[in-house]
Ligand binder design. Structure first.
Ligand code: SAM
Length: 265
């Protein structure tokens, strides 16, 4: 049986080993942290919340961004969110000692994001952030080429928006197309893009399944990125199941998002 002293020696050796591992990985993770993040289905994280009832836009929890940031970047890297909304991705970046850069076209959300960021600063944060009120596509030229390690974004498309906000799926894809085109040269070689999206149904237009995650991945490939991975972010337990198509056609409830990972080679 190991005595207390042996246990102490073991744990010192273990933490020394982890320190050496952290110094050798591009993201600063030890082997066990690397293994923990590498699950292909994430079902242990907070669920997206509906930002407001009119747009139906989902807000992704800071913890989800923090995991992505810890896997695809290291301390002092710069994280870009071209469509930052309320800024949870930037907050996750600064809390993990990354620099953050965010764009938001809506002036109300822009003010809220900045308040959120100011309130999230604390003595342990030793990184900085910059935010711009405007369209990413118009401001992108001000970003230094090859300066971004990870671009992260979560603009969810929701069919109901079409009626409410005159925002078609084609507009949504066009927005991503422009963003990926403008972001490419700003991202470092070896850097990443993580796009959090949801597939959806557009049954009234005869499209029972619209695979948004494939569509955005193809846009990434079109602009020169490598399609590297897709992670399933499960939120099945966040709401009750609807009897879609009952009793004549069986449809599953699409209660998950995809995190599409692109890489600049
Ligand atoms: C779903 S919200 C982002 C939510 C945010 N990622 C979060 O989880 O808190 C998407 C935001 O992108 C903004 N947006 C859409 N297109 C944009 C563009 N081309 N440039 C800048 N902001 C844009 C919208 O106003 C909206 O607030």
């Amino acid at each position: 049986m190991a005595n207390k002293k042996d246990y102490f020696v073991d744990s010192v050796e273990e933490s020394q080993k982890e320190k050496i591992q952290r110094e050798s990985t591009f993201n600063g993770l030890s082997a066990s942290e690397w293994a923990k993040g590498s699950r292909s289905v994430w079902n242990d994280l907070p669920f997206p919340r509906s930002e407001n009832k009119v747009s139906g836009q989902d807000v992704i929890d800071e913890e989800v961004y923090a995991r992505i940031i810890s896997m695809y970047s290291k301390e002092d890297d710069t994280i870009l969110d071209p469509f930052m909304g309320y800024g949870n991705s930037l907050v996750a970046a600064i809390h993990n000692n990354r620099h953050a850069l965010g764009f938001e076209t809506d002036p109300v959300k822009f003010v809220e994001a900045n308040n959120h960021l100011v309130n999230s600063m604390n003595l342990l944060v030793n990184s900085d952030y910059r935010t711009y009120n405007g369209y990413f596509d118009e401001y992108a030229d001000y970003i230094e080429p090859n300066s971004i390690q990870l671009a992260i974004s979560s603009v969810m498309y929701n069919v109901e928006e079409k009626e409410n906000a005159n925002f078609s799926y084609e507009d949504f894809l066009y927005n991503y197309d422009q963003m990926l085109a403008r972001a490419y040269d700003k991202i470092k070689v070896g850097g990443y893009v993580a796009l959090i999206v949801r597939d959806f149904r557009d049954i009234s237009n005869g499209r029972p399944y619209v695979e948004c995650h494939s569509d955005v991945a193809k846009l990434g490939v079109k602009h020169g990125f490598l399609y590297q991975d897709v992670i399933i972010y499960d939120h099945n337990d966040s709401r009750g199941r609807l009897l879609l198509g009952y009793p004549s056609v069986f449809y599953v409830n699409l209660n998950h998002s995809y995190i599409v990972i692109l890489r600049k080679q």
